[in-house]
Design a protein around this ligand. Sequence first.
Ligand code: ADP
Ligand code: F6P
Length: 324
Amino acid sequence: MAKSKEIKTIGVLTSGGDAPGMNAAIRAVVRKALANGKKVIGIQKGYSGLINEEMMEMTSKDVSETIQKGGTILRTARCEEFKTEEGQKLGADICRKHGIDGIVVIGGDGSYRGAQALSKQGINTIGVPGTIDLDIACTDYTIGFDTAVNTAMQAIDKIRDTSSSHERCSIIEVMGRNAGYIALWCGIANGAEDILLPEKYNYHEQDIIDHIIESRKKGKTHHLIINAEGIGHSTSMARRIEAATGMETRATILGYMQRGGSPTCRDRYYASMMGAIAADLLCEGKSNRVVAYKNGEFVDYDIDEALAMTKEIDEYKYQVAQIL
Ligand code: ADP
Ligand code: F6P
């Protein structure tokens, strides 16, 4: 339920996996809140820093030279203690002790559950979608996804060069936790021969083997398979595929490089807008809401409703990816 109370001090934290563009969002929260006449406190290391009181007042200068930087200047953490009611009560008490009456939480849907809990404990809270995985149902955009897919796409282009030269099959594993969005986008952008998504994969490895054999007969010099982290097992899959097809097969797990690097223009722009909107929502006395980008517009939703939403990989996009 939206509450209305005057906000004097706004806290901001980043939580869960870091994502390029989080700094642009922090910067926007700080500068918009200051422009609205509020005091701003930066909380370090997510909910862990909140319950350990690792925080400091932030000025406009504290966010200078940060918009182009990857990672998060506030650092981030995964905090098991905050999943307990005691941890959440402690977090809210610490907010009250430091005069923090509203918090912007930048993170994924796990972090939104923490935000929802804080809000229930009486601290006005607004979520901003920060994750490379694009797996938050209420929004078409999450901070960091654009940089991550561009980083992965460039790395996959490089692997393709060597793969073609050696006439090899390459299985490239991309991040995304249980979601296949990074795999789908890279699969399309890199022109992969096979794209394995947790949401769609039927675990019939023989289909991939048949596809490789058929492509070889048609004269293809390489075979790129983009495998999502949610399926995993790329190394053992490579061994089995090589044994079955006779085509040399290598697995590359792209890993954490996908989370780093200077954010793209798109990530900086959307993160800046979303951070500013989050600060404004708190200043309007709103709580338990998340900022989203839906159907071409910035909007906000009640966190409870946002967390109840689901989204699927679009069947048409998946079909197009397979055809191309
Ligand atoms: P993300 O926010 O990227 O989805 P996680 O799922 O790891 O990442 O969540 C980040 C943090 O959010 C967790 O370490 C924990 O501190 C907090 N969190 C996650 N789930 C809950 C929950 N159900 N209740 C309270 N806090 C949670
Ligand atoms: O949520 C972002 C993400 O990079 C996922 O793609 C991945 O599954 C996870 O975080 C890895 O988390 P950790 O940093 O805890 O290894």
